[in-house]
Design a protein around this ligand. Structure first.
Ligand code: MEV
Length: 443
């Protein structure tokens, strides 16, 4: 394809035409078309629904959907669905879940559930005048959204408050209407954005029609929810006596293990390179639950990383405390997640996931997702500070490498046996495959 030539009208083509066009750029168009169609759902109605989630859809992109059993949270047992392509995440979470289930399980509490949205505007008039009239403006603005908020209010949520925020110390003439919301069990993005756009219109009208202000002093820049929700916060933790780690590793006593574990978390607290990896491991757990339940994992990640930087430095999201011979390991994280609306009820697997989780409300799902974050983080640090991460990782990755070599079931079984006592690496797996296919297996 000529790199500089723009494709125009692509979105207007039918799906079939889009596929043909994309396939035509390949040397094997028929094979490409067949490959793309291979992943279509057999039921055209289901496929249509998937096509309509997004734009310019050609096919579906599969990810594995797995289950972490034995997740005990606040005394309630869950089987947690996870969607993730990375091998060992589900295995790590499962190990951790089983380990902690035998020690009272995970404990979790939702601290707050407030969401935020902002109307950002430039005001080069007199701020004091605007501030004086803000109580009147606020009443007018809140009244404007009564139709939009009625349903949410009936569910116990709605608009909580609206503030006028002076941001001029950061940017000349910059102000905000900062609005807080309770969106109950929905993530609430559409609800919040609809309210905010209405407030922006109301703000413009107020300035124009009140006769108090010069309307040229106001320029609304944008109205949008904030994905930073530090007041939509959940805390999850595990705890046990230090002595209970006695059998955690052949080479370490319980005290040595806890000492190393605590140091690993401290390192993630002071070193940004380690912190990013440490927190990535936490999001392995959280994102996979978010995906399985049809939630916006990008919003959850953006929020978590912003929160990890709240001190002015990017730090570990989890914390360790050792007190009176007890080990406490916790994760406190903001998370705007929903169990109604959006994809949660449209995507058949998201619906199934929520059923499997006994149809939780959003606060309960915050607890479940943060638990999986903590579970993965515990497993990662435990492996890193004992046997290292590669042993488990490469064992799990073995099947992926074998699939690259199109290994048969029998070859896989032989490889699994062989790599019980040999270190897995791509090269060694390649040599092993070659050797058994040549009839001269290596030992
Ligand atoms: C890999 O996806 C995640 C880890 O790197 C996390 C960590 O290092 O803590 C294992």
């Amino acid at each position: 394809m000529n790199e500089t030539k723009l494709l125009s009208g692509f979105s207007k083509l039918t799906k079939e035409q889009k596929i043909q066009l994309i396939a035509s750029f390949s040397d094997h168009p028929e094979a490409v078309e067949a490959e793309l169609k291979l992943f279509w759902n057999n039921d055209p109605l289901v496929q249509k629904q998937f096509d309509e989630f997004s734009e310019n859809t050609l096919t579906n992109y599969y990810f594995p959907y797995g289950i972490v059993p034995n997740v005990l949270i606040n005394g309630k047992m869950y089987m947690v669905p996870m969607v993730i392509e990375e091998s060992s995440v589900i295995a790590a979470a499962s190990k951790s879940a089983k380990y902690w289930a035998g020690k009272g399980g995970f404990h979790s509490e939702v601290i707050s559930t407030t969401k935020v949205g902002q109307v950002h505007f430039i005001w080069d008039g007199n701020y004091r005048d605007l501030k004086t009239h803000f109580p009147q403006l606020k009443l007018l603005l809140l009244a404007r959204t009564s139709v939009l908020t009625a349903n949410m209010e009936a569910r116990g949520g709605g608009v909580l408050d609206m503030e006028l925020v002076d941001m001029t110390s950061e940017l000349a003439d910059y102000y905000q209407l900062k609005v807080t919301f309770d969106t109950r069990d929905s993530m609430g993005a559409n609800f919040i954005n609809s309210c905010l756009e209405e407030y922006a219109i109301g703000l413009r009208e107020f300035v124009k029609e009140s006769g108090i202000f010069d309307s040229t002093t106001l320029r609304v820049i944008m109205s949008i929810l904030s994905n930073y929700t530090p007041e939509c916060l959940v805390k999850t933790w595990v705890e046990c006596d230090v002595a209970e780690f006695d059998d955690v590793d052949d080479a370490l006593t319980a005290e040595e293990f806890v000492w190393k574990f605590e140091k690993a978390v401290s390192i993630a607290n002071v070193d940004v390179h380690r912190a990013a990896t440490h927190n990535k491991g936490i999001f392995n757990g959280i994102d996979s639950v978010a995906l399985a339940t049809g939630n916006d994992f990008r919003a959850i990640e953006a929020c978590g990383h912003a929160w990890a930087s709240r001190s002015g430095k990017y730090r570990s999201l989890s914390e360790v405390k050792i007190e009176n011979g007890r080990f406490y390991f916790s994760l406190t994280i903001p998370m705007a997640i929903g169990t109604v609306g959006g994809l949660t009820s449209l995507h058949p697997m998201a619906r199934f996931s929520l059923q499997l989780l006994h149809n939780p409300g959003a606060p309960e799902l915050m607890q479940i997702a943060s638990t999986m974050g903590l579970a993965n983080n515990f497993s990662a640090i435990k492996s890193l500070t004992t046997k290292g991460i590669q042993l488990g990782h490469m064992k799990m990755h073995l099947l992926n490498i074998l699939n690259v070599y199109k290994a048969t079931e029998e070859e896989k079984a032989r490889a699994v046996e062989f790599f019980k006592i040999h270190k897995v690496s791509h090269n060694v797996v390649a040599s092993f495959m070659q050797s058994i296919r040549n009839g001269k297996p290596i030992n």
